[in-house]
Design a protein around this ligand. Structure first.
Ligand SMILES: [Zn+2]
Length: 443
């Protein structure tokens, strides 16, 4: 039975708008209302559903379609219900009204990640409506608390409800998307994240002589800290060449998106065209918190900065601390990790039926599609799934423009209706080929 896509598109837009109107800003999250909304849409079509409370007002929704198991373990479509908060004063239209303007749906969560959640939801709904004979279980999981570390979300679920992950062969979540251009060349370049950058936030503390604000300070902690941060600001780092970034450059060249790789300046210029691409090729550093002093007439003896740093796979956190300290080069400025250890970054295998099916579907959709493995530049819930031994992929099946990608955690976040439609179609087709009982599908 063929699918009436125009009808599905308008239904999906409707569902996304209702979903965006449910404020799940985290903190506090209050994701139960969103879980009940999505779960209601599954339950009404006879799909098995479970609501799991992780904390008061906070719930996950798990929906499941059963397969005969002939193609192995389950496919889990995992997404998060919460969003970061939105300051309405910075928005053109209120962030929880889901206004549609000029082919775009505006709202907090449109790209991060309620839009993808709706693509997951429709893949399950369509599989049910069209009576797909499933060769493996298909699981929909929407979890709370991703934006504040997942302690009441996926981490809680893995600890308290490990049964949910038993028999799961693969998961899809956020972490990478397609883009419609690369360094000014039009393209259909899709990244699928198989790992992610490692968080290495730094605490930088300057010490000086405390004193009276009336006299010129001889040795001020605040000035010392500002000098240190200015050295970091002027630090030219360029591309970090690692086995992964070299392989990535080779793939971009093979796809015709980069020319001569020996022309390092040319490569740097191409990479610099997008902050997302820069982040994919460098260890990043952003000063996010500054703390010093308590009142204007007292020179503080201590000043501190917190710096968001994210390292490429395979980079050492300790070596990074030493490198930053060397750039600052001031014995009265101490550099340390904000928190000492984090779980090791696990890389999922690329050569699996998931990447083969995704590549096949995308190259049938766009004849010049390029599909590449990547490391997500942000942290996602996949970092909790991969250590379970479950290959977990970051895959938003949309061609997100730079403007759309800049909407993550920012004002005027939006997803185009065109991307929503593309995502709903591609996600369903990927799910169908991964789950359907059929001998002719690609393995
Ligand atoms: Zn997200």
């Amino acid at each position: 039975m063929s699918i009436d896509w125009p009808a599905v598109h308008s239904e999906a837009l409707d569902v996304l708008r209702q979903y965006l109107k449910i404020d799940t800003s985290n903190p506090p999250g209050n994701e139960a209302a969103a879980a009940r909304y999505l779960g209601g849409l599954l339950a009404v079509e006879g799909i098995e559903c479970e609501f799991i409370q992780t904390a008061p007002g906070r719930e996950a929704i798990v929906g499941r379609l059963r397969g005969d198991g002939s193609r192995g373990g389950a496919l889990m479509l995992a997404n998060h219900l919460d969003t970061v908060p939105a300051d309405p004063t910075g928005w053109t239209s209120p962030p929880f009204e889901a206004e549609v303007r000029a082919g775009r749906v505006y709202g907090r969560g449109a790209v991060d990640m309620k839009g993808t959640g709706v693509m997951h939801l429709f893949a399950v709904l369509l599989a049910k409506r069209h009576g797909l004979r499933l060769a493996r279980d298909l699981i929909f999981l929407a979890a709370p608390d991703e934006e504040l570390g997942s302690g009441w979300g996926i981490e809680w679920l893995i600890r308290e409800r490990p049964d949910l992950f038993d028999g799961v062969a693969f998961t899809l979540n956020e972490g990478a998307s397609g883009v419609p251009e690369f360094a000014g060349r039009s393209a259909h370049l899709f990244e699928v994240a198989i790992s992610e950058k490692e968080l290495a936030p730094l605490r930088i503390v300057a010490t000086g002589v405390a004193g009276h604000g009336s006299k010129p300070a001889r040795d001020s902690a605040t000035v010392r800290l500002l000098d240190a941060l200015n050295r970091l600001r002027r630090w030219q780092r360029g591309i970090t060449y690692t086995p992964e970034t070299r392989a990535y450059l080779d793939r971009l060249q093979a796809a015709g998106l980069l020319d001569d790789l020996s022309d390092r300046a040319g490569v740097e210029a191409a990479i610099s065209a997008s902050p997302d691409t820069v982040a994919a090729f460098t260890n990043t550093l952003n000063v996010t918190v500054l703390r010093a002093g308590s009142q204007s007439n007292v020179i503080p003896g201590r000043a501190e900065a917190l710096v968001d740093c994210r390292l490429l796979p395979g980079q050492s956190r300790d070596a990074w601390v030493a490198e930053v300290a060397a750039v600052i080069g001031d014995p009265l400025v101490q550099v340390s990790l904000e928190y000492p250890s984090s779980a090791p970054v696990v890389v999922s295998p690329w050569d699996t039926e998931v990447s083969r099916v995704i590549t096949q579907v995308l190259t049938e959709t766009f004849e010049d599609a390029v599909v590449l493995p990547s490391s997500s530049i942000v942290g996602t819930d996949n970092r909790f799934i991969r250590p379970l031994g479950i290959p977990a992929y970051g895959f938003i099946p949309c061609l997100l423009s730079q403007e759309e990608r800049d909407g993550f955690h920012a004002h005027d976040e939006f997803l185009t209706v065109e991307n929503l439609n593309l995502g709903v179609e591609v996600m369903y087709e990927v799910v169908r080929r991964l789950c359907e009982v059929q001998s002719s599908v690609a393995r």
